[in-house]
Design a protein around this ligand. Sequence first.
Ligand code: ATP
Ligand code: MG
Length: 396
Amino acid sequence: MTERRTVLIRYDEIGLKGRNRKFFEKCLLRNIKRVLSGTDDIDYRSPRGRIFLDIPSSFAPECTARLKTVPGIASFSIGISMAPDFDAISVLGIQWIEPRLESSGNSLKFCVKTRRSEKSFPKTSPEVNFEVGSRIMKQLSSRGLTVNIKEAEYVLEIEIGSSETVVFDNREPGLRGLPVGSSGNVLCLLSGGIDSPVSAFMMACRGCRVHFVFFDNQPFLGRGGYDKVLSLAKKINHFQARGILFVVPFQDIQGAIRDRCNEENRVVLYRRMMYRIAGEIAGRYSFMALVTGESLGQVASQTLENLAAVSCVTSLSVFQPLIGMNKESIISRAKEIGTYEVSIVPQPDCCSVFMPKNPVTRSKIPFLERDEEKIPWKELCDDALAKMEIIKVDDL
Ligand code: ATP
Ligand code: MG
């Protein structure tokens, strides 16, 4: 059997993009080449509507794992390229089906599914299914193989394109969404918690390159939060590359709010300062929006009133991809993307230190502004920005 394999990659929504399609395809191909870099023996082809890779068969498991980290892929299959010759395809099908038939106690329902993007091919898809299926049945029906289209336990798939025909029997789901880089840059407020890493990931799957800002309170909270955020940023960056992490010292701001402002407003006031600083960073780097991990009503600071009282301090769009999700689904997402284990390492959050006994749930903007007049917030923001650490996440 051949030592090469063909990977057939199907894209997700790029297909809807009309005249921009080429741009989206290029983005996706660039991202695929990046995750597979370091392996030179790969040939890339992108006929209309598909991306094909030609890889050494020994690389198939690793290639599968890496393609599963690329947003924009709907699904992919690893198979063999061959001439659209029914005898040869049947021989290959028999080779693949025989061991399955044995391991399932000589009883297996199967079918052949053909997709033809080359419409000039002389046979229709049902005719190809019949030609290949009947050849395989001739050999294997006496050993327990039956044809069952609706309940097939084994599907042999044939894709006939203009330049090549690929035969395969597997489909791996991809991350779906859009390729990173196709939408632009955004800045995610990344805490060490469960939620914000999930929202960063969701924006990466909408084609954004996500950068991160962490408001750090080391003197009060120690280094744990910082280390967690480095590790979370690295995990998210795995899906995109080239993210930047900004670490902003937050202790002076928090101290000023604690000492001078109304206790019940603290959390909302911290948040307003975070959004202002994030907005300033976004402006400097031309990032187009802020992203946070809020979910409506999850905690006191996430009421409609408080969310509005926070997002009004910036003119940028603020995206909260988790806004309509419950905690359980956020947690299962975090587990899928591998951030959950890091997020649950115990570490007090900077918004939970000096937590007021009765945090305001329906804050009024004029009261918040009056509180802010008691502190030199502009100077505090400038000072924090001047001391900010800038980390290229690829280098971590
Ligand atoms: P998370 O699990 O993301 O921390 P949470 O449910 O704990 O979210 P909050 O602590 O209320 O929610 O924070 C709401 C959002 O504010 C976070 O999702 C995050 O985007 C941002 N945020 C909170 N604390 C910080 C911080 N120290 N640095 C950066 N962003 C933060
Ligand atoms: Mg938190």
